[in-house]
Design a protein around this ligand. Structure first.
Ligand code: UTP
Ligand code: MN
Length: 582
């Protein structure tokens, strides 16, 4: 504990000593309920004005500022989450003190006006419950039952733990039976809870009572081992096993889920070349493309590249139908720098105008030689589906769409992404066995990129609406309409010397009135969407889909002009996309 404190003190070098004007004041801002950008701005401003702001709670802190309403909440938070007691001389203050100090550019004396009360005043209690952003139910992190009630940033301090749990999750998912699917979900929930944990976890007692961990002995053991030893032997063993590595590689093939991967393994395949030789005639179009362009499709897409693709699509779409909008969703809109594909929502301010854009746009993109693969599906949405007594498979996402593999010229990518570091020519032989997907996955982790890809596992189980993963799955299981034929010569050639890069792109065509729902659904993350749908159904008796929100009590569809309004209908605190990374 002592060495731990020393380390903390050593780290406190965030303010340049010479610029400090108020030497008796060291401020710690509790980052809860404060948007990241706002927090950064506050710290910058205070430092500029000569205040010492520390990022670490220690006995040197003289003033704690927070958005909490009571002193007790602060004390509890600091003891609980930051595992240190607040020094008795430390002032616990409202944000008002901070604001006034900034305004007057002075370290204002602390008066009762600024001190937080121990308990909430009666009138405040009533106020907060009645006017709180139209009855939004605010939930403290530790009490949150659903992941959608928590803020989950992409960057968090507990990757070591969550990475380990995700390997266990993936491993369980690869085993594909019901028991292991349930285990996978337990690992996923535990890792989601830790991703939202507001500080670095150093001791088991910080997390053992979290709702999503309470019953999970296995998860707790893993966490304990990592806290004690720095690693978990079970996770190391799994990650290093031949079976896991090969299934991971196979599920990296576009169109191959765990069931197919296991089949290939069980038939003796150990490399993609083995699969190509042994299964060529039974491979689906996706799988052929997936093997042929394995290297490209497993190289993370960068944000700038996603923007380049959006721009190309948008330019063509607007030429066909002026005022068409094309927006990037998925991981990129949650702040991820890399993705496994590019998810584009295409819409038009005038409802219905987007309807016949799909084919015109595809024809255009094909004529420009930009498409390697397409699988299209018409819009199959109808409103009465919500009132059907039994929710059905594929119930939720019925937009007209096209799942494509784009062919992007390397020179265009290089121009768009100046610091591109794709290994070129000699090293980019798309002969799949030249690279290992797991090394790539290690290099830059693409979250969830190979999850739930197999039709066989999913279509056989009719599940509850919120657990119905079909809506979240990629379309590899859909019967393609207008598909481009693929012949043997396509697959045996490699693109090692080619001048293009293959990229997965999903184009979703959304009528204006359903746009906020599509945006919410496609922004993800999968876990966030699963959780918000679960919450809607269990807590609000509503069905949330990527098309709309149906109130089962009122028996009516609710409209929303933006994502915020959907959260309001659900009495949920709004979460920015960057907070939905569970
Ligand atoms: P992705 O699988 O593309 O995930 O689905 P991602 O979060 O963007 O991550 P990477 O970086 O590409 O790996 C994006 C979101 O779209 C929804 C899911 O909720 C998912 O979170 N989605 C996906 C659907 O609603 N329907 C689908 O058919 C596919
Ligand atoms: Mn994506």
């Amino acid at each position: 504990m002592l060495s731990h404190k020393k380390k903390k003190l050593k780290l406190e070098t965030s303010t340049n000593i010479s610029s400090i004007r108020f030497r008796d004041v060291t401020i710690f801002i509790i980052p809860i309920r404060i948007q990241r950008l706002r927090l950064e701005h506050m710290k910058k401003l205070a430092r500029k004005k000569g205040f010492e702001i520390t990022d670490i709670m220690s006995e040197n802190v003289t003033h704690i500022v927070s958005e909490f309403k009571t002193k007790n909440e602060v004390l509890e938070h600091v003891a609980d989450k930051l595992v240190i007691n607040v020094p008795s001389s430390c002032e616990i203050l409202s944000m008002q003190w901070f604001v006034d100090c900034m305004e007057t550019e002075s370290a204002l004396p602390v008066t009762d006006k600024y001190r937080l009360p121990s308990e909430k005043r009666e009138e405040e209690k009533n106020e907060s419950s009645s006017t709180d952003e139209r009855n939004v139910e605010k939930t403290e992190y530790k009490n949150a039952k659903y992941a959608c009630q928590r803020s989950t940033p992409f960057h968090h301090p507990n990757h070591k733990l969550t990475d380990a749990l995700e390997i266990l999750e993936k491993h369980a998912e690869f085993l594909t039976d019901d028991h292991n699917n349930a285990r996978a979900l337990a690992f996923r929930k535990a890792s989601a809870a830790l991703k939202a944990y507001p500080s670095e976890i150093k001791m088991m007692n910080q997390v053992e009572n979290l709702k999503d961990l309470k019953g999970g002995q296995h998860c707790k053991q893993v966490i304990q081992e990592i806290l004690d030893e720095g690693f978990c032997s079970e996770v190391e063993r799994i990650a290093g096993s031949e079976w896991y590595k090969i299934i991971l590689m196979f599920t990296g093939v576009f169109g191959c889920g765990p069931v197919t991967a296991k089949k290939w393994f069980d038939k003796g395949c150990r490399s993609l070349e083995d699969v190509r030789k042994q299964f060529f005639n039974s491979l689906s179009r996706e799988q052929k493309i997936g093997i042929e362009y394995y290297s490209d499709l497993n190289t993370p897409v960068r944000q700038k590249e996603a923007e380049l693709i959006r721009q190309i699509v948008c330019d063509e779409a607007v030429r066909i139908l002026p005022e068409t909008t094309v927006a990037i969703t998925g991981g990129f809109s949650r702040g991820k720098e890399y993705g496994h594909d590019v998810d584009l929502l295409i819409s038009h301010p005038e409802e219905g105008k987007e309807a016949d854009l799909l084919h015109k746009l595809l024809n255009k993109l094909k004529s420009l030689n930009l498409l390697l693969y397409t699988s299209t599906k018409e819009n199959t949405y109808y409103e009465s589906m919500y009132s059907a007594t039994e929710p059905r498979k594929g119930h939720m996402d019925h937009y007209a769409r096209c799942f494509c593999v784009f062919k992007l010229s390397k020179s265009a990518i290089t121009a768009a992404v100046s610091d591109i570091d794709y290994v070129d020519s000699e090293n980019t032989k798309n002969s799949p066995d030249n690279i290992s997907s797991f090394s790539l996955h290690k290099k830059i982790k693409i979250e969830e990129s190979v999850k739930n890809k197999d039709i066989n596992t999913k279509q056989s189980t009719e599940k509850d609406i919120s657990d119905n993963d079909l809506c979240l799955n990629k379309p590899i299981r859909e019967q393609p309409i207008r598909d481009q034929p693929i012949n043997k010569s396509d697959i045996t050639s490699t693109s090692s010397s080619s001048c293009f890069f293959a990229r997965r792109v999903d184009l979703i065509f959304v009528p204006a009135s359903q746009y906020p729902f599509a945006l919410l659904g496609w922004t993800g993350s999968r876990m966030f969407i699963r959780s918000i749908r679960d919450y809607s159904r269990k807590e609000k008796n509503m069905i949330l889909t990527s098309h709309g929100l149906y109130d089962k009590t009122m028996k009516k569809l609710l409209t929303a002009k933006d994502e915020r309004e959907i959260f309001q209908h659900l009495c949920l605190e709004y979460r920015e996309p960057s907070e939905r990374n569970c």
